[in-house]
Ligand binder design. Structure first.
Ligand SMILES: NC(=O)c1ccc[n+]([C@@H]2O[C@H](COP(=O)([O-])OP(=O)(O)OC[C@H]3O[C@@H](n4cnc5c(N)ncnc54)[C@H](OP(=O)(O)O)[C@@H]3O)[C@@H](O)[C@H]2O)c1
Length: 272
C-alpha cells in the first residue's frame, strides 16, 4: 500500500539512487513525495531528471518541503556541516542515517529536535536490491514510524531491526565488509585457476560463475551451507582434498580473525 509520508534525501549517490528507484518501482511512494539534494547540483539534477522526484539546492529548501523523514545518504564527513546549515531551524521529524560509522549520539546532537533517530548499516548489494540492512532506533518507535522506516530500508533488500546499537558494529564486520570478503575469495579462486593452467578468460568466467551460482543455490536451498558442502564432498574425492587443505591452513580461524579485526575497527571508527 502506498505510504503518504514525504521523504527527503541528503545525497544523491549510489545508495540514495537505489533506495529512490526501488521506492518508486514498487509504488510505495510517488515521485512528488520525494526530494533530494547533493553537494554538487549535477548529481541531484541527474537523479531528479531520471526519477522525476523534486530537487533542492540547500538544506533550507529540503526542510521547506516538510519531510516526515530525512534520510542522510551522503558521506559521513558531511555530518559536521549540518549544524551550521541548520542554524536556528529545528527539524522535528524522523532522521534515518545510512552513513557508516556515525553513532546515534552524534546524530542526536546534530538533530536534537528530531522525533526519533534511526541508524542503519546497509551493504553494497543493496545497490541492486540484494542487500541486507540492520537498523536501530534511538527511542522506542511509534508503530507508524516503524512501518515507514521498514518500508524505506527494505527497498535495499532484507532489513532487520537490531536489539542494540552495539550490533551495528557487529553486522558491519559481517554484512558491511562481508561482500569484500567474497570478492577477495573470488579473486583468489581466479588466481588459483590461472596457476593450474586455465587461460585468464576461462579462469575469470569459471571463478565468477561458481561464486554467483553457489550464492544463488544457498539462497534457494532449504539446506544449511554445511549440508550443501557435504553434498559435493565425496570420500577421497577432489573437494575433500581441497577442504583438508583449507583445514590444515586454518581457514575458519583466518575468517574469524578477519571478522574480529573489522569489528574492532568499526568500534574505533564509531568512537572517533
Ligand atoms: N555504497 C554502499 O554499499 C554503502 C554501504 C553502507 C553504507 N553506505 C553509506 O551510504 C552513504 C552513501 O554512500 P554511496 O555509496 O551512495 O556514496 P556516493 O555514491 O559517493 O554518494 C554520496 C552522495 O553524498 C553527496 N554529498 C556529499 N557531500 C554532500 C553535501 N555537502 N550535501 C549534500 N550531499 C552531499 C554526494 O553529492 P555529490 O555527488 O554532488 O558530490 C553524493 O550524492 C555513505 O555515508 C556510506 O557510508 C554505503
Amino acid at each position: 500500500m502506498a505510504n503518504k509520508a514525504n521523504l527527503a534525501f541528503i545525497g544523491a549517490g549510489k545508495m540514495v539512487t537505489a533506495i529512490v528507484s526501488s521506492l518508486l518501482r514498487t509504488q510505495s511512494f510517488q515521485a512528488d513525495q520525494i526530494i533530494c539534494s547533493s553537494a554538487n547540483d549535477g548529481t541531484s539534477e541527474k537523479l531528479a531528471e531520471t526519477t522525476k522526484i523534486k530537487r533542492a539546492g540547500s538544506l533550507d529548501e529540503v526542510l521547506d518541503f516538510n519531510p516526515d523523514l530525512l534520510v542522510l545518504g551522503c558521506k559521513p564527513q558531511q555530518l559536521s556541516t549540518f549544524s551550521t546549515e541548520l542554524g536556528d531551524r529545528k527539524f522535528e521529524s524522523l532522521v534515518l542515517s545510512i552513513m557508516a560509522g556515525i553513532p546515534l549520539n552524534r546524530l542526536s546532537s546534530t538533530f536534537p529536535d528530531a522525533s526519533n533517530i534511526i541508524r542503519s548499516m546497509p551493504n553494497t548489494p543493496g545497490q541492486i536490491g540484494a542487500g541486507v540492512t540492520g537498523y536501530v532506533f534511538s527511542n522506542p518507535p511509534r508503530p507508524s514510524d516503524k512501518l515507514l522506516i521498514s518500508d524505506v530500508v527494505s527497498s535495499l533488500g532484507h532489513a532487520l531491526e537490531l536489539p542494540s546499537e552495539g550490533d551495528i558494529d557487529r553486522i558491519t564486520a559481517i554484512s558491511g565488509s562481508g561482500p569484500a570478503y567474497l570478492f577477495e575469495f573470488t579473486c583468489a579462486l581466479e588466481e588459483a585457476a590461472k596457476e593450474i593452467g586455465l587461460s585468464s578468460d576461462l579462469a575469470h568466467q569459471f571463478a565468477l560463475q561458481t561464486i554467483t551460482g553457489s550464492a544463488k543455490l544457498i539462497s534457494e536451498s532449504v539446506l544449511h551451507p554445511e549440508e550443501l558442502r557435504n553434498q559435493v564432498t565425496s570420500p577421497n574425492g577432489t573437494t575433500q582434498a581441497a577442504l583438508e587443505s583449507f583445514r590444515s591452513s586454518a581457514l575458519r580461524k583466518t575468517v574469524s580473525n578477519a571478522v574480529k579485526a573489522a569489528y574492532k575497527r568499526s568500534i574505533e571508527l564509531s568512537n572517533a
